[in-house]
Design a binder for this molecule. Structure first.
Ligand code: HSE
Length: 439
């Protein structure tokens, strides 16, 4: 039997409280599975007296998470504070320096400091587990880190933010505006404290950066992700997508190209018949394409107390099951100091069909000038139609025009859109949504 685990938890929000409650409920099962005594001995949170429906009496209380991290009371530190720097960063670093294994659900922290923290953990022979940081309860980190040895990954993509997927699903099913759906998501407690993190795509980008590193063995490269959120998606876009046999999803995509790795987060029209289009509400999904396995598709609860706590507890159990003195597996699958430098694929190399929504002046010649600019740039159009005005469109003399292109490159399309904008026909910024057929 391995050494007893003495666990300290910093952060008792929804996830931290669920971890404490589930530990009590499942203590016997965990001890049987891990064949090792494991118990929470200390906790830390911002407010000691807040109502959490859990009994904290038997735990040592720390006002300061950094003191808990380095304390001799514990040998495993669970960081559920959140935030890319500040207390979470200092506490994790202190815990590793003091020789404590670490479990964290903090995607922002790892997206910014993951390689540094992994090197520190590995140099000390410690585990730094982070299953809960990506896609809530879906065990995708373990799969990428441990289960695909021998396979070569070519693409990873997924719905990594429950709030955005909930909003897009509600817009489609209830015909509600973006703002109404965002308010519902906030009322239900799905969104981050600052919901712009969800809807602008940053939360998805943090999670994608970690998946990319695991999938391709490169250093984490958050700055090289093209990020576009869902704030500008209107009901016209959702309805037109439906008519085209598509749904709009906010996807994080990482692809290995001939020139490097392409990472992007943006709304994508995917065929309604695809597996990813069936993922609704706060559910998350990740697809991994490899040479040996084809596409592996995982979906499940991406947020919420129990689902995220399930991943935290599985990470703790992995620490309990590891043998003392045994060389632990590297944090990102290969030793952190051997992760390859990140090579960004050539910008604008992305090729595909595009949905373009334009708010144009309602006057003679507008259609012909739009098609002329497309033709000048060798862009073949699948269709061009006039639609009812977008709900955000107020000017009486304006009209909504939707163009669907055949395969073209993003650079070519942007060139055509610049020319269209310069022609002075547009009332608003053009909406461009990529149509992906690989899903
Ligand atoms: N706000 C996140 C989401 C929660 O909506 O998916 C977990 O990262």
């Amino acid at each position: 039997m391995s050494e007893a685990l003495r666990i300290g938890i910093a952060g008792l929000g929804t996830v931290g409280s669920a971890v404490v409650r589930l530990f009590v409920e499942k203590a016997e099962m965990l001890i049987r599975q891990c064949r090792c005594p494991l118990q929470i001995v200390a906790v830390s949170a911002r407010h000691r007296r807040r109502e959490r429906n859990i009994n904290l009496d038997s735990f040592i209380w720390y006002d300061n998470p950094e003191e808990l991290a380095a304390s001799a009371d514990i040998n495993v530190f669970i960081e559920l504070i959140g935030g890319e720097s500040g207390s979470a960063y200092r506490a994790v670093k202190l815990a590793l320096e003091a020789g404590r294994h670490v479990v964290t659900a903090n995607k922002a922290l790892l997206a910014h400091h993951g390689v540094e923290l992994a090197q520190l953990a590995e140099s000390k022979g410690l585990l730094l587990n982070f299953e809960a940081a990506v896609a809530g309860g879906i065990p995708v980190i373990k799969i990428l880190r441990e289960s695909l040895s021998g396979s070569k990954t070519s693409r990873v993509y997924g719905i990594l933010n429950g709030t955005c997927n909930y909003i897009l699903t509600q817009m489609e099913e209830k015909e509600l505006s973006f703002q109404e759906c965002l308010k519902n998501a906030q009322d239900l407690g799905y969104a981050e404290a600052d919901p712009s993190f969800d809807i602008e795509g940053n939360d998805t980008a943090h999670k994608l950066a970690l998946l990319t590193s695991l999938a391709f063995g490169t250093v984490i490269s958050l700055d090289n992700i093209y990020v576009e959120g869902i704030r500008n998606i209107s009901l016209v876009d959702i309805r037109t997508a439906d008519e085209l046999g598509c749904r709009i999803k906010l996807l994080g995509v990482a692809v290995k190209t001939n020139t490097g790795i392409e990472q992007r987060v943006h709304p994508i029209m995917v065929p309604t018949s695809s597996a990813i289009a069936q993922v609704k509400g706060v559910t998350n999904a990740v697809a991994i394409e490899t040479d040996l396995l084809g596409e592996l598709f995982l979906s499940g609860a991406g947020a919420g107390g129990n689902a995220t706590a399930s991943a935290v507890i599985a990470d703790i159990a992995d620490i309990a099951k590891s043998h003392p003195g045994f060389q632990h597996g590297p944090v990102f699958g290969i030793p952190a100091n051997t992760l390859k430098p990140y090579t960004k694929s050539k910008t604008r190399a992305h090729t595909g069909g595009y949905f373009i929504r334009l708010s144009v002046q309602d006057r003679i010649g507008t259609f012909s000038s739009l098609t002329k600019r497309m033709a000048e740039n060798d862009i073949s159009l699948e269709s061009i139609v006039q639609r009812p005005a977008a709900e955000t469109q107020t000017m009486h003399e304006s009209k909504t025009v939707v163009l669907i292109t055949h395969q073209t490159t993003e650079a070519t399309l942007r060139k055509a859109l610049t020319a269209i904008t310069q022609d002075g026909n547009l009332i608003d910024k053009a909406q461009m949504i990529r149509i992906e057929r690989y899903c």
